[in-house]
Design a protein around this ligand. Structure first.
Ligand SMILES: [Zn+2]
Ligand SMILES: [Zn+2]
Length: 246
Protein backbone atom coordinates (compact mmCIF):
# COMPACT_ATOMS: atom_id res chain seq x y z
CA UNK A 1 0.00 0.00 0.00
CA UNK A 2 2.79 2.40 0.95
CA UNK A 3 4.44 1.58 -2.37
CA UNK A 4 1.22 2.35 -4.24
CA UNK A 5 0.88 5.73 -2.54
CA UNK A 6 4.49 6.66 -3.19
CA UNK A 7 4.00 5.65 -6.85
CA UNK A 8 0.87 7.79 -7.10
CA UNK A 9 2.59 10.69 -5.39
CA UNK A 10 5.55 10.39 -7.70
CA UNK A 11 3.24 10.41 -10.75
CA UNK A 12 1.39 13.41 -9.40
CA UNK A 13 4.61 15.32 -8.82
CA UNK A 14 5.69 14.56 -12.37
CA UNK A 15 2.42 16.13 -13.55
CA UNK A 16 2.91 19.24 -11.43
CA UNK A 17 6.62 19.55 -12.19
CA UNK A 18 7.07 18.02 -15.66
CA UNK A 19 10.48 17.87 -17.27
CA UNK A 20 10.94 21.13 -19.12
CA UNK A 21 11.25 20.69 -22.87
CA UNK A 22 14.69 21.05 -24.42
CA UNK A 23 18.17 20.55 -23.01
CA UNK A 24 18.01 19.33 -19.41
CA UNK A 25 20.94 21.58 -18.52
CA UNK A 26 20.43 24.91 -20.33
CA UNK A 27 16.79 24.61 -21.41
CA UNK A 28 17.51 25.49 -25.05
CA UNK A 29 16.32 23.56 -28.09
CA UNK A 30 13.70 20.84 -28.23
CA UNK A 31 15.73 17.65 -28.10
CA UNK A 32 15.80 15.26 -25.15
CA UNK A 33 18.78 14.97 -22.80
CA UNK A 34 21.70 17.37 -23.24
CA UNK A 35 22.13 19.76 -26.21
CA UNK A 36 25.25 19.72 -28.41
CA UNK A 37 26.72 22.85 -26.82
CA UNK A 38 26.39 21.60 -23.23
CA UNK A 39 27.72 18.21 -24.30
CA UNK A 40 30.75 19.85 -25.94
CA UNK A 41 31.38 21.98 -22.84
CA UNK A 42 31.28 18.90 -20.61
CA UNK A 43 33.50 16.95 -23.00
CA UNK A 44 36.22 19.61 -23.03
CA UNK A 45 36.60 19.30 -19.24
CA UNK A 46 37.14 15.62 -19.75
CA UNK A 47 40.83 14.74 -19.69
CA UNK A 48 42.02 17.44 -17.28
CA UNK A 49 45.00 16.35 -15.18
CA UNK A 50 44.04 14.70 -11.92
CA UNK A 51 45.62 12.79 -9.02
CA UNK A 52 46.41 9.24 -10.15
CA UNK A 53 44.97 7.79 -6.93
CA UNK A 54 41.95 9.82 -5.80
CA UNK A 55 41.09 11.49 -9.11
CA UNK A 56 40.74 15.02 -7.70
CA UNK A 57 41.75 17.61 -10.23
CA UNK A 58 44.98 19.54 -10.06
CA UNK A 59 44.87 23.35 -9.78
CA UNK A 60 44.15 24.92 -13.13
CA UNK A 61 47.02 26.71 -14.89
CA UNK A 62 49.69 25.64 -12.38
CA UNK A 63 52.18 22.94 -13.43
CA UNK A 64 51.94 20.08 -10.94
CA UNK A 65 55.10 18.04 -10.53
CA UNK A 66 53.55 14.93 -8.96
CA UNK A 67 51.32 12.12 -10.16
CA UNK A 68 49.46 12.09 -6.86
CA UNK A 69 48.08 14.80 -4.58
CA UNK A 70 49.73 15.53 -1.24
CA UNK A 71 47.12 13.58 0.74
CA UNK A 72 47.56 10.47 -1.42
CA UNK A 73 51.35 10.71 -1.22
CA UNK A 74 51.17 10.92 2.58
CA UNK A 75 48.68 8.19 3.36
CA UNK A 76 47.31 5.00 1.87
CA UNK A 77 43.65 4.42 1.10
CA UNK A 78 41.46 1.29 1.18
CA UNK A 79 40.76 1.76 -2.54
CA UNK A 80 43.06 1.38 -5.51
CA UNK A 81 42.00 4.43 -7.50
CA UNK A 82 39.08 6.72 -8.19
CA UNK A 83 38.27 8.61 -11.39
CA UNK A 84 35.84 11.42 -12.22
CA UNK A 85 34.47 12.76 -15.50
CA UNK A 86 35.18 16.37 -14.59
CA UNK A 87 35.79 18.95 -11.84
CA UNK A 88 32.90 19.78 -9.52
CA UNK A 89 32.29 23.26 -10.90
CA UNK A 90 30.33 24.98 -13.68
CA UNK A 91 28.16 22.64 -15.76
CA UNK A 92 29.35 19.56 -13.86
CA UNK A 93 28.06 21.05 -10.62
CA UNK A 94 24.83 22.06 -12.30
CA UNK A 95 24.26 18.60 -13.75
CA UNK A 96 24.65 17.02 -10.30
CA UNK A 97 22.25 19.55 -8.79
CA UNK A 98 19.63 19.03 -11.48
CA UNK A 99 19.81 15.25 -11.33
CA UNK A 100 19.66 15.14 -7.56
CA UNK A 101 17.38 17.96 -6.47
CA UNK A 102 15.31 18.69 -9.58
CA UNK A 103 14.80 14.98 -10.27
CA UNK A 104 15.94 15.22 -13.87
CA UNK A 105 16.69 11.54 -14.04
CA UNK A 106 17.11 11.63 -17.82
CA UNK A 107 20.49 13.29 -17.13
CA UNK A 108 21.84 10.07 -15.64
CA UNK A 109 22.37 8.51 -19.07
CA UNK A 110 24.58 11.25 -20.63
CA UNK A 111 26.37 11.72 -17.28
CA UNK A 112 27.17 8.00 -17.18
CA UNK A 113 28.46 8.16 -20.75
CA UNK A 114 31.01 10.76 -19.70
CA UNK A 115 32.00 8.66 -16.68
CA UNK A 116 32.40 5.55 -18.81
CA UNK A 117 34.56 7.42 -21.34
CA UNK A 118 37.08 8.20 -18.55
CA UNK A 119 37.66 4.57 -17.53
CA UNK A 120 36.89 2.45 -20.57
CA UNK A 121 40.52 2.32 -21.76
CA UNK A 122 42.11 2.40 -18.30
CA UNK A 123 43.84 -0.94 -17.58
CA UNK A 124 42.95 -0.64 -13.88
CA UNK A 125 39.24 -0.77 -14.68
CA UNK A 126 39.17 -3.91 -16.82
CA UNK A 127 38.12 -6.70 -14.47
CA UNK A 128 35.18 -5.09 -12.67
CA UNK A 129 32.89 -7.86 -11.36
CA UNK A 130 30.35 -5.80 -9.38
CA UNK A 131 29.22 -2.19 -9.56
CA UNK A 132 28.00 -0.89 -6.21
CA UNK A 133 26.25 2.48 -5.93
CA UNK A 134 26.79 4.52 -2.77
CA UNK A 135 23.43 4.10 -1.00
CA UNK A 136 21.30 6.79 0.61
CA UNK A 137 19.44 6.25 3.87
CA UNK A 138 15.83 4.96 3.85
CA UNK A 139 14.66 8.37 5.08
CA UNK A 140 16.44 10.21 2.28
CA UNK A 141 15.13 7.69 -0.25
CA UNK A 142 11.54 8.32 0.84
CA UNK A 143 12.13 12.04 0.43
CA UNK A 144 13.94 11.95 -2.94
CA UNK A 145 12.34 8.73 -4.21
CA UNK A 146 15.45 7.64 -6.10
CA UNK A 147 19.16 7.27 -5.50
CA UNK A 148 21.11 9.29 -8.04
CA UNK A 149 24.19 7.06 -7.56
CA UNK A 150 21.99 4.05 -8.36
CA UNK A 151 20.79 5.65 -11.60
CA UNK A 152 24.38 6.44 -12.65
CA UNK A 153 25.61 2.96 -11.72
CA UNK A 154 22.82 1.25 -13.70
CA UNK A 155 23.55 3.35 -16.79
CA UNK A 156 27.27 2.57 -16.56
CA UNK A 157 26.49 -1.14 -16.31
CA UNK A 158 24.40 -0.85 -19.49
CA UNK A 159 27.29 0.78 -21.33
CA UNK A 160 30.07 -1.41 -20.00
CA UNK A 161 28.25 -4.72 -19.65
CA UNK A 162 29.15 -4.81 -15.94
CA UNK A 163 26.99 -6.29 -13.19
CA UNK A 164 24.87 -3.88 -11.17
CA UNK A 165 25.13 -4.92 -7.52
CA UNK A 166 23.38 -2.63 -5.03
CA UNK A 167 24.62 -4.69 -2.09
CA UNK A 168 25.38 -1.94 0.40
CA UNK A 169 22.70 -0.18 2.45
CA UNK A 170 22.94 2.93 4.58
CA UNK A 171 21.65 2.16 8.06
CA UNK A 172 20.88 5.62 9.26
CA UNK A 173 20.62 9.26 8.34
CA UNK A 174 23.88 11.11 8.66
CA UNK A 175 24.42 14.85 8.88
CA UNK A 176 25.09 16.45 5.48
CA UNK A 177 28.83 16.24 4.80
CA UNK A 178 28.99 19.83 3.55
CA UNK A 179 30.69 22.14 6.00
CA UNK A 180 32.29 19.34 8.03
CA UNK A 181 36.06 18.93 8.40
CA UNK A 182 37.76 15.83 7.03
CA UNK A 183 37.83 14.20 10.50
CA UNK A 184 34.18 15.07 11.17
CA UNK A 185 33.16 13.63 7.80
CA UNK A 186 34.86 10.33 8.58
CA UNK A 187 33.23 10.23 12.05
CA UNK A 188 29.85 11.09 10.61
CA UNK A 189 29.91 8.05 8.29
CA UNK A 190 31.56 5.50 10.56
CA UNK A 191 29.41 2.38 10.79
CA UNK A 192 26.74 3.86 8.48
CA UNK A 193 27.07 1.22 5.74
CA UNK A 194 26.30 -2.53 5.75
CA UNK A 195 26.94 -5.13 3.05
CA UNK A 196 23.73 -7.11 2.53
CA UNK A 197 25.02 -9.79 0.13
CA UNK A 198 28.74 -10.40 0.77
CA UNK A 199 28.71 -13.34 -1.69
CA UNK A 200 28.31 -10.93 -4.57
CA UNK A 201 31.51 -9.06 -3.82
CA UNK A 202 33.74 -11.69 -2.20
CA UNK A 203 37.17 -11.98 -3.89
CA UNK A 204 36.00 -9.61 -6.61
CA UNK A 205 37.06 -6.30 -8.06
CA UNK A 206 34.33 -3.89 -7.05
CA UNK A 207 33.55 -0.49 -8.57
CA UNK A 208 31.89 2.00 -6.23
CA UNK A 209 29.84 4.66 -8.05
CA UNK A 210 28.78 8.04 -6.68
CA UNK A 211 27.87 11.46 -8.05
CA UNK A 212 30.64 13.52 -6.41
CA UNK A 213 34.01 12.89 -4.76
CA UNK A 214 34.93 15.66 -2.34
CA UNK A 215 37.25 14.59 0.49
CA UNK A 216 36.95 10.88 -0.19
CA UNK A 217 35.46 9.96 3.21
CA UNK A 218 32.44 8.24 1.62
CA UNK A 219 34.53 6.10 -0.74
CA UNK A 220 36.97 5.27 2.07
CA UNK A 221 34.18 4.16 4.39
CA UNK A 222 32.50 2.14 1.59
CA UNK A 223 35.80 0.55 0.60
CA UNK A 224 36.58 -0.36 4.22
CA UNK A 225 33.21 -2.09 4.65
CA UNK A 226 33.43 -3.90 1.30
CA UNK A 227 36.94 -5.12 2.03
CA UNK A 228 36.00 -6.30 5.50
CA UNK A 229 33.36 -8.47 3.77
CA UNK A 230 35.89 -10.00 1.40
CA UNK A 231 36.04 -7.74 -1.69
CA UNK A 232 39.49 -7.98 -3.23
CA UNK A 233 40.03 -4.67 -4.99
CA UNK A 234 38.01 -1.49 -4.77
CA UNK A 235 37.86 1.19 -7.43
CA UNK A 236 35.76 4.34 -7.50
CA UNK A 237 34.06 6.31 -10.26
CA UNK A 238 32.17 9.57 -9.82
CA UNK A 239 30.68 12.13 -12.18
CA UNK A 240 32.55 15.03 -10.59
CA UNK A 241 35.47 15.47 -8.19
CA UNK A 242 36.82 18.42 -6.26
CA UNK A 243 39.77 20.51 -7.35
CA UNK A 244 42.94 20.66 -5.27
CA UNK A 245 43.85 24.09 -4.00
CA UNK A 246 47.61 24.10 -4.26
ZN1 LIG B 1 22.24 22.71 -23.22
ZN1 LIG C 1 44.87 12.21 -4.46
Amino acid sequence: MAKLWSGLLSGLLDLIFPYPAGCQLCGRGRQKGICDECWAALRCNNGERACARCGRFFPRGIPYAYQRCLQCRRQGAPFLACRAAGPYEGLFKEAVYKLKYQRRRSLASPMARLMWSVVKDDPLFQDIAAVVPVPISPGRLRERRFNQAGDLAREICNLAGWTYAPVVIKNRDTRPQTGLTRAERADNLRGAFTVTHPRKIRQKTVLVVDDVYTTGSTLKEMAGVLRSQGAEKILGLTFAAGRLET
